[in-house]
Design a binder for this molecule. Structure first.
Ligand SMILES: Nc1ncnc2c1ncn2[C@@H]1O[C@H](COP(=O)(O)OP(=O)(O)OP(=O)(O)O)[C@@H](O)[C@H]1O
Ligand SMILES: [Mg+2]
Length: 244
């Protein structure tokens, strides 16, 4: 097997996440080792409760692993200081949620511009970029609509524009088509594919047919990957997380 030599966008080494529920411990993610390359779309598929959302949250720095390391774009996410973690979440990753999570009293344009404001982009530049992104996503006629004046598919396209506003290296999408009909879901997937030409997209889904549009499918069950082939180098690294 050829060993991967290029720096991967995401490297997970012996990653585990457990939750304590009273006296019970739930192993949501168990000993996951994985490399995901620069650019392209990876689908994570698994039954409800298999640890998909937990895995995304840990990769995106929204949750800390119990064991192991998460390395994204060369940064060991679980070891970042609070200030660096905030910067990482603003600049390196973008999130897309099943429920869109747009701000209801802001227009589509303002929703997409907002993350750039947190990133200190001047107002004229952020409005221009937000407009260009929405036009690219066929939402030119909807710039000044508020979320309640948009369809589900349109809201999710606004959310994808927002997720890429700061040009992140990685986009994480958790069941992005879960609340959409199949036609809108298809459009959202095509958009995710399109943005994956410039960055890595990891998408969690129940929908096997949509997962088929990804460049790679990873199955997870009971917190464990069921079908990942480890290169010898990755196998060695996973045995000693913390030394990369
Ligand atoms: N904050 C939490 N506290 C305790 N247990 C949790 C917490 N979050 C998740 N879990 C548990 O961890 C396991 C994995 O949950 P997770 O949400 O990652 O699954 P999932 O694959 O995303 O499921 P779904 O497809 O239903 O969204 C489940 O058993 C869940 O009950
Ligand atoms: Mg989930």
């Amino acid at each position: 097997m050829t060993e991967i030599t290029a720096t991967p966008a995401v490297r997970l080494l012996g990653l585990s996440k457990s939750y304590r529920k009273g006296r019970e411990v739930v192993d949501a993610v168990s000993d996951v080792t994985l490399e995901v390359g620069e650019r392209g779309m990876v689908a994570i598929v698994g039954p409800s409760g298999s640890g998909k959302s937990t895995l995304l949250h840990v990769i995106g720095g929204m949750d800390k692993p119990t064991r192991g390391d998460v390395i994204v774009a060369g940064q060991t996410v679980n070891r970042l200081s609070q200030a660096d973690l905030t910067r990482f979440r603003r600049q390196t990753v973008g999130f897309v949620f099943q429920t869109f999570n747009l701000i209801p009293n802001l227009t589509a344009l303002e929703n997409v511009a907002l993350p750039m404001e947190f990133n200190d982009v001047p107002k004229a530049a952020r409005l221009a970029r937000a407009k260009a992104l929405l036009e690219r996503f066929q939402l030119g006629p909807r710039l000044n609509h508020r979320p309640r004046e948009l369809s589900g598919g349109e809201m999710q396209r606004v959310a994808i524009a927002r997720a890429v506003a700061n040009e992140p290296r990685l986009v994480l999408a958790d069941e992005p088509t879960g609340n959409l009909d199949s036609h809108s879901g298809q459009i959202v997937y095509e958009l995710l594919r399109e943005i994956s030409r410039e960055r890595t997209v990891i998408v969690v889904t129940h929908a096997e047919d949509l997962a088929g549009l990804a460049d790679r499918i990873i199955h997870i069950r009971d917190g464990r990957l069921t079908d990942t082939l480890l290169t010898p180098r990755l196998q060695r690294l996973s045995e000693k997380p913390g030394r990369v």
